[in-house]
Design a protein around this ligand. Structure first.
Ligand code: NAP
Length: 284
């Protein structure tokens, strides 16, 4: 069997179109969703990510407010900027681009973001709401994108056995919480998991968020399984995921490619979260 390729670019385009419609509808009610981007220092990769996020905003009619403090900014000054943005009614979402320079403590700074403006879903407040299965949680963009892809692919999650590989705060934990909330039976794996291959082989869906090429091989995937590859690894052969793509695609019923799978969804879901944040703040 050759797998159906889940086209993240196409799904992301559809999501952006949906968001543009929502932004237009909110505009008629006098609400213009706004996203503040905070880029500390001059890391070139971070600068590219932030520029792309601002271009995405412009494309759907979300206003963006850019702040680029120098890399030597003091912790209290960045904290003051976050308070300012929390208080600014034009700003519905705050994106603090990570990683931060070494003198700054992100574990102290992130919780300062007002939870209703936390469009990256990284505050303990939103993580707690998500862990409790509460629908008002703002959810990290990549896990939200994974769920959107599964929905688009028509994957029945209720009762399905799902292996989640990786337990980071950014991806693994929230994706597992979302799958559990969708009534999947989740086995949560990590670097200490014994016999990962056996867990994967028993699963209807495998979500790999490890950051190591070749983690999921064809012998680990049962015939007809759905495979979502979150991994983004730069190698001499280019950008690859965590999944041994070609041989796994021979066994799976559906699979996300890298690039072009989960990646585009992460950007699109930031727009979704910004509109959700605007709705939360306006009760709209
Ligand atoms: P991370 O913080 O490094 O976490 C990696 C996780 O993988 C850890 O929980 C680790 O377990 C687990 N792990 C390591 N080796 C393993 C193994 N052999 N078997 C099973 N689990 C193993 O990484 P992350 O931030 O979650 O990101 C994961 C990958 O997704 C990276 O490639 C990253 O670039 C990519 N990513 C992509 C997007 C996107 O938009 N496509 C967004 C975010 C991240 P322990 O906890 O035991 O150490």
């Amino acid at each position: 069997m050759a797998a159906r390729i889940i086209d993240g670019k196409a799904v992301a385009a559809a999501v952006r179109e949906r968001v543009a419609g929502e932004v237009a509808e909110l505009g008629e009610r006098g609400i213009v969703p706004g996203l503040a981007t905070v880029l500390v220092g001059d890391d070139p990769a971070s600068a590219v990510y932030v520029r792309m996020k601002r271009e995405d905003c412009a494309q759907v009619g979300i206003e963006s407010f850019h702040h680029a403090p120098g890399g030597d900014i003091a912790q209290e000054d960045l904290a003051a900027l976050i308070s300012e943005l929390n208080a600014d009614p034009r700003v519905h979402g705050i994106l603090l681009q990570l990683p931060l320079p070494g003198q700054l403590d992100q574990d102290t700074l992130i919780p300062l973001i007002d939870r209703v403006k936390d469009v990256d879903g990284l505050t303990p407040a939103n993580a707690g709401l998500l862990a409790q299965g509460r629908p008002e949680a703002l959810v990290p963009c990549t896990p939200a994108g994974v769920m959107e892809l599964l929905d688009h692919a028509g994957v029945e999650l209720s009762g399905a056995r799902v292996a989640v590989l990786g337990r980071s705060i950014l991806v693994g934990k929230p994706v597992a919480a979302l799958l559990l909330a969708a009534d999947a039976t989740v086995t949560h794996c990590h670097s200490r998991t014994r016999d990962l291959a056996a867990v994967c082989r028993e699963s209807d869906v495998v979500v790999a968020a490890v950051g190591r090429p070749g983690t999921v091989t064809a012998d680990m995937v049962r015939e007809g399984a759905v495979v979502i590859d979150v991994g983004t690894n730069r190698t001499d052969a280019g950008l690859v995921g965590d999944v041994d793509y070609e041989p796994v695609a021979e066994r799976a019923s559906a699979i996300t490619p890298v690039p072009g799978g989960v990646g585009p969804m992460t950007r699109a879901m930031l727009l979704v979260n910004t509109v959700r944040a605007a709705r939360l703040q306006h009760g709209a």
